[in-house]
Design a protein around this ligand. Sequence first.
Ligand SMILES: [Zn+2]
Length: 483
Amino acid sequence: MCMSSLIHRRHRSLYFLGALALVVGACATNPVTGRREISLVSESQEIAMGLEAAKEAANQMGVYPNPALQQYVSAVGMPMAKASERPSLPWSFTVIDDPVVNAFALPGGPLFVTRGILAYMNSEAQLASVLGHEIGHVTAKHSVSQMSRAQLAQIGLVGAMIVRPELAQFGELGSTALGLMFLKFGRDDETQADELGFRYMTGQTYDPSEMTEMFRTLERTSGDSSDVPEWLSTHPDPGNRVSRTQERIASWTRPAGALKTNRDPFLMAIDGIVFGEDPRQGYFQKTAFLHPTLKFRLDFPPEWTTANQPSQVAGISTKQDAIIALTLAGKASPAQAANEFLRQEGIQASSPSTAPINGLPAAVGRFSVQTEQGVLAGYVAFIQLDDTTYRILAYTAQTSIGAYEGTFRQAIGSFRRLTDPAALAVKPNVVRLVQIRSAMTIAQFQQQYPSPIPAEQLAAINGAPAASTSFPAGSWLKRVAAE
Ligand SMILES: [Zn+2]
């Protein structure tokens, strides 16, 4: 949890769509296909929305704090973008501090790759293949046409959310409407982005067989539960990508001169990158949430399912009928924040109690609210630690509030300053490069240089099909180690 914004990343599309409410339809030429298409979004609107959403994405997920790596990724992506059909867009390339395996493009040119996907790449050409694909989504205006369609389908719901923004925070409870609005491209768009990515990377003389390797690695990660390859879920498989890429290579006119793979420069650029969840951004010990950087602890009820998301930490009851969610609430005093929350239109509330919680200034109020899912009831607590006010929102259906009252109060009462020195000093795992002196398999490498991940996953981050795959002497291999 970066705790830098209150909005869950799934809600990002609300901002795009909200801004579109008054846009009038217009005909525009698709820069890639040359076809005339109905678009509800002009290029300047596309750029403006993309920049707005990029700010949001960077805030919510956090920019990975390594300027050299940021520059490196940009230096790989920018020449492809500048050589594309839309060279004058304000292209940008950002590594975000997220362990999931993902890459995405926003309208108008902001592109993002996670540190999670970089850990699974093994050459600059592989990075170019992913960036090229994402550039393709922008040049072919996939997000724009997707937004147009999504807007038409969802305008009613979005309108309701804009008029009554206080309802948006209750959308998580059993509602799939928000999830459906997350932009997702179809198979045809993916095929086209693959084709364009192939063209862009080979235009910079990158070896396109590395695109095949990248798809193989991404497929391998799909069975791996620890780092869910979000790229695969937001990128529906357009048929057999590997064989399609091989077909493209077969019918491609290879340029004179050497093709670039740039394995070692890439590996040097990601040496030391954080791997997996970064516990400094908060982690769970059973159902206790500990945040070493912000120095607090919150105990969720035992047996609840918990999640540490970029903008909130949440728990859901075993019956899935109650939620407790912790978010940042800015700098206002707890009493001020509580009054503001409870005064919102549609909320019935008692006046908040301001007794301190574990010595921290706090305000706790009981409320009920009418939503599309019926009447919800619960508690909202604002608690101040150092300069920051936190909000804990605990709610359920009004008919169940009796059953959860004690649980909610107990969870809210558990918020306190984290003082355990071991918890405060926790360090993340990082990717470390090791040059092997003799030929060895991944399994042997794992024995000599243990990594706290399964041998199969170690093989996957090294782009190897299996733990039995052998590497020649002198190869640089990745291991995962404590920082
Ligand atoms: Zn895609």
